[in-house]
Design a binder for this molecule. Structure first.
Ligand code: FEO
Length: 397
């Protein structure tokens, strides 16, 4: 195995999950990695493990670099099984290793691995000297589980923040300066939008905390995707903007349709938006998976959702999207709702009230037509799109 170093005496021993195509209900078209780091100092330690099916490959990588008997610590920054899936097995084959983790991790781990893991709790500010390096811990609850923490090596200015700053991006290139920046930033944004978006207020607090500690970063080594060694402050700045709800001056129309009527309305709304010189994209829920839709919504300032009525409810794919959205809590957007019904007028306005009650502002009345929209209704849909675009164009930042 080629040795990959991310600092002096610090080796990448993670695995690449080339064909991962689903994570938390979203498509991961570029696969992912589960990054783990081996620190060979006077004391030796492994930071984070990998998803369970990769346990043998992972342990073999460590064995190529050191004897398992020599491992003193296993740091587990996060209990979710894409990172802690191999921790129990690794602890079993490293006879003197202690697992260092937060109190929440230790409690949760009992449910996954039983009560007998060799654990030691660490807290924010705790320092464990390894020789030339010092392990320093920063608890990061809810980034992205209650147990999460960051590990920092001050001597080499390396941050290992687990999920934060990661991307589902499998590549043979390990560092950010080795991959196309456009793809990397798109994957980092997509990861933020689909996984971390609801935690934005906590991320802002964490970024403040980090700034307050005056930590410097030469390398930010997350647990998914490539490692930021070239201008790592760039991803921190992006997280600041994304957590504040930064979006483009553009709109997205997302719809499902039964016999094409809702689709016609959606396309007319998009035409109206374009008439006001605002960029827009139109996405069918049948043809696009939730990750693509959520990412497009995250980037836009205005979102028009369209669904026909089915029985006494909106079409199911839209209800599914709304379930995602309620959990993700997108910020700083203007929402609109449109659709077609047959004999159950009022279903969509009722759904509109649910959307508003979930905290999504919807200043325009719901646009609904009975069956196929006629020429007047198509014109009205276009005007509805123009009205939506004007709200964005007039919005004060
Ligand atoms: Fe990559 Fe929260 O797990």
């Amino acid at each position: 195995m080629e040795k990959i170093t991310i600092g002096k005496g610090i080796y990448w021993v993670g695995v690449t999950d080339w064909n991962l195509r689903e994570f938390h209900g979203y498509r991961t078209g570029r696969g992912s990695t589960y990054n783990s780091y081996l620190i060979l100092d006077e004391k030796k330690c492994v930071v984070d493990t990998v998803k369970t099916p990769f346990t043998s490959e992972f342990i073999a990588k460590i064995k190529e670099l050191t004897s398992l008997e020599d491992i003193d610590y296993i740091i587990s920054n996060h209990l979710e099984l894409d990172h802690a899936g191999a921790v129990a097995e690794l602890a079993k084959v490293c006879p003197r290793a202690k697992i260092l983790a937060t109190g929440q991790w230790i409690e949760g781990a009992k449910k996954y691995f039983g009560p007998n893991l060799p654990v030691q709790q660490v807290r924010t500010g705790d320092k464990i000297p390894l020789g030339k390096n010092t392990l320093t811990f920063i608890e990061a609850p809810m980034l992205h589980w209650p147990d999460s923490m960051f590990t920092y090596l001050p001597e080499q200015e390396i941050l290992m923040p687990n999920d934060a700053f990661g991307q589902h991006y499998a590549t043979s290139q390990i560092f950010n300066d080795q991959v196309p920046e456009e793809i990397l930033m798109e994957e980092a944004l997509r990861y933020f939008a689909t996984i971390l978006q609801p935690l934005s207020p906590l991320i802002l607090k964490m970024l403040d905390k980090i700034a307050g500690l005056k930590l410097k970063f030469k390398v930010i080594a997350p647990s998914h995707g490539v490692i930021w060694r070239n201008a790592p402050e760039k991803i921190i700045a992006a997280y600041q903007r994304w957590s504040e709800g930064e979006a483009n001056r553009e709109a997205v129309v997302v719809y499902d349709t039964m016999w094409g009527s809702t689709e016609i309305i959606g396309r007319k709304i998009a035409e109206g938006i374009m008439k006001e010189n605002l960029p827009v994209s139109v996405l069918s829920l049948k043809e696009n998976e939730p990750g693509d839709i959520i990412t497009a919504i995250f980037k836009a300032k205005a979102v028009a959702l369209g669904a026909p009525a089915l029985n006494n409810l909106p079409f199911p794919e839209m209800v599914k999207l709304f379930t995602f959205l309620k959990g993700l809590k997108p910020k700083n957007k203007i929402w609109a709702l449109f659709g077609s019904y047959g004999w159950n007028k009022g279903i969509l306005p009722q759904f509109g009230e649910e959307i508003k009650a979930a905290g999504f502002p919807m200043p325009l009345p719901v646009f609904e037509t009975r069956f196929r929209p006629g020429p007047e209704e198509e014109k009205a849909a276009q005007e509805f799109g123009q009205a939506l675009a004007k709200l964005i164009n007039n919005k004060q930042e």
